[in-house]
Design a protein around this ligand. Structure first.
Ligand code: HEM
Length: 410
């Protein structure tokens, strides 16, 4: 059905969407809650609509991956001939049941609450080691030297990647460069060539790791994945590698942004840092929820209509795509009082930052734990910490929201 625009059509490449998406989110939410984007997909921005879309497993799912990507490139584009898109098509986030259920349950079976809880002392140890390394300098790039390093070292520990492996920096770089394929747009030939090359490298790296764990089991998640499932349920080496790249990437990129975005929030609202400083043990868990709500690391995700649906009177046909704006839902005044205020005493975990429904983040508890320890230790050891909030160096891309660097001093 044709729809006339009431506001500027949504464009994921708009520069002001990167610097400050919230005014755009507000006008979408208030003036056009079911919006038609330039590229031909629908955009939902109200809390209830984002939540209902993600929770409606009958009506919305991932649908036909190839068609979804061709929406950005055109029908001639040979999606699966690209190593990067082929990998993306196989991760369980992009699958519908029953494939999704099978892969996800093997991961949740290995990434248990017990395994996450057992990580607590080690996460605290890594956090303090990192702070030891830069504390006496009295200034650092807190993104490179803390926000990224902490979750990377935690994922290394979990998956059994040696933290001194000389290829670790290449792995991190490969993830940063290739995860651009998650973005809702056509990539340039150059971007695509880089993503293909980097995913091929990651497949080789994690392929070797799984071969090693098959031959010599250890106490790590990689071994648990290798051993999980028997007979027909067992994952093939290729499936294991696909899962591991997704876990490693999802596990550090978003958590790094949680820490970086949180530091930015605290510098913009210094009285909240004071509150945390006075009572870190009680407030750090609530602070993580508020950072996630206020400045989420992943501000949007997609679904495809599996059946016709109606949102605000607009018919959504089967096969049409819907962009759910998590970042807009998190600031919807219909759901959150004073949504543009960063208030760590709010303690409201109903934000949409870990998604919802069958794809709800499998790493949510680990991310919360890392965030909680990171802020509790930072505020304890560097209470005078200040970051430069004038011009945040936001990373490219729209869906992931985080900074490339953030100068800090204390
Ligand atoms: C602050 C940190 C994190 C944020 C904001 C975040 C956010 C999300 C969101 C929004 C989704 C759902 C995406 C969708 O429905 O399209 C998701 C799924 C997922 N996340 Fe996270 N995540 C974080 C940390 C982690 C960590 C630490 C791990 C792994 C250890 C992880 C692994 C995954 C995986 C594997 C999925 C796919 C689940 C599925 O499809 O069933 N995430 N995450």
């Amino acid at each position: 059905m044709e729809k006339t625009h009431t506001i500027t059509p949504f464009n994921p490449d708009a520069p002001n969407l990167k610097s400050d998406p919230y005014p755009i989110f507000k006008s979408l939410r208030e003036e056009d809650p079911i919006h038609r984007a330039e590229a031909g997909y629908w955009v939902v921005s109200r809390y209830e609509d984002v939540r209902n879309t993600l929770m409606d497993r009958q009506g919305f799912g991932q649908g036909d991956f190839v068609k979804n990507i061709q929406l950005f490139y055109g029908p001639e584009f040979d999606v699966l001939s690209h190593t990067s898109y082929k990998w993306l098509s196989e991760i369980f986030l992009m699958q519908d049941p029953p494939h999704h259920t099978r892969l996800r349950s093997l991961v949740t079976g290995a990434l248990t609450a017990k395994r996450v809880r057992a990580m607590e002392p080690r996460i605290r140890e890594i956090t303090n080691q990192l702070i030891d390394d830069f504390e006496t300098d009295r200034k650092t790039d807190i993104i490179a030297n803390f926000a990224y390093k902490l979750p990377v070292l935690v994922m290394c520990d979990m998956l059994g990647v040696a933290p001194d492996d000389e290829r670790l920096d290449l792995v991190i770089d490969a993830i940063a460069q290739s995860f651009i394929i998650f973005e809702a747009r056509a990539l340039s030939d150059k971007e695509l060539a880089v993503a293909d090359r980097e995913i091929a490298f990651l497949e080789e790296f994690f392929g070797e790791l799984f071969e090693k764990r098959r031959a010599e089991p250890q106490d790590d998640l990689t071994t648990a994945l290798v051993q999980s499932g028997t007979g027909e349920d067992a994952l093939s080496l290729h499936e294991l590698v696909t899962v591991a790249i997704g876990l490693f990437g999802a596990g550090f990129e978003t958590t790094a942004h949680l820490i970086g975005n949180g530091l930015l929030c605290f510098s913009r609202f210094p009285e909240q840092w004071e509150k945390l400083r006075n009572d870190p043990e009680r407030l750090s868990a609530a602070a993580i929820n508020e950072i996630l709500r206020y400045e989420s690391s992943l501000i949007a995700t997609y679904r495809t209509a599996l059946e016709p649906r109606v949102i605000h009177g607009q018919e959504i046909a089967e096969g049409e795509k819907v962009l759910t704006l998590i970042g807009a839902a998190n600031r919807d005044p219909r759901h959150f009082e004073r949504p543009d205020e960063f208030d760590i005493t709010r303690n409201d975990a109903t934000h949409m930052s870990f998604g919802g429904g069958i794809h709800f983040c499998v790493g949510a508890e680990l991310a919360r734990l890392e965030g909680r320890i990171a802020f509790a230790e930072l505020v304890r050891r560097l209470p005078e910490l200040k970051v430069d909030v004038q011009t945040p160096a936001w990373r490219d891309g729209f869906m992931f929201r985080g900074m490339a660097r953030l100068p800090a001093e204390w």
